[in-house]
Design a protein around this ligand. Structure first.
Ligand code: RB5
Length: 151
């Protein structure tokens, strides 16, 4: 791990509490955490937080990021509209590992209403520590940005 890798993290109200806990975990692990909100448990709209974070990953400003909402779905819909973003909704350590090994996911999306705090920590750590396998998976990941019929 690069101990000073900057990791942006964001959530809507549904993911707010879990985000705060995961921020502390990331800091303990030595990451430079950038909190992109939300800052309260008051009702909010997930796209307002997914867009800025996805832009950071798409532009290369940050290599990896973390998003949270109730199901993970809304955040992933927004983030996956950006070129180069591969946002994976992850609800188990197995999926966390595969999303990295096979899909080179660069945004971890956590469904805060569907997993426990303990699971979120285990998923996060597994996701951060698992490398991309490359090889045949690299060919497939490359094709994500190339619709059928394009070179
Ligand atoms: C908020 O109630 C909820 O809809 C949101 O967090 C998320 O699950 C959307 O996909």
């Amino acid at each position: 791990m690069n101990p000073r890798e900057r990791i942006p993290i964001a959530a809507d109200h549904a993911g707010f509490e879990m985000k705060e806990k995961l921020e502390r975990v990331l800091e303990e692990l030595g990451y430079d955490v950038k909190d992109l909100g939300t800052d309260t448990a008051d009702s909010s709209d997930y796209p307002d937080f997914a867009h800025p974070l996805a832009q950071e990953i798409s532009s290369g400003e940050a290599k990896r990021g973390v998003l949270l909402c109730g199901t993970g779905l809304g955040m992933s819909y927004v983030a996956n509209r950006y070129p180069g973003v591969r946002a994976a909704v992850v609800w188990s350590r197995d999926i966390a590992e595969l999303s990295r090994r096979h899909n080179d996911a660069n945004i971890l999306v956590l469904p805060s209403r569907c997993i426990s705090d303990e699971e979120s920590v285990a998923i996060l750590k597994t996701w951060l520590d698992t490398p991309f396998e490359g090889g045949r998976h690299e060919r497939r990941v490359d094709k994500i940005e190339r619709p059928a019929g394009t070179a």
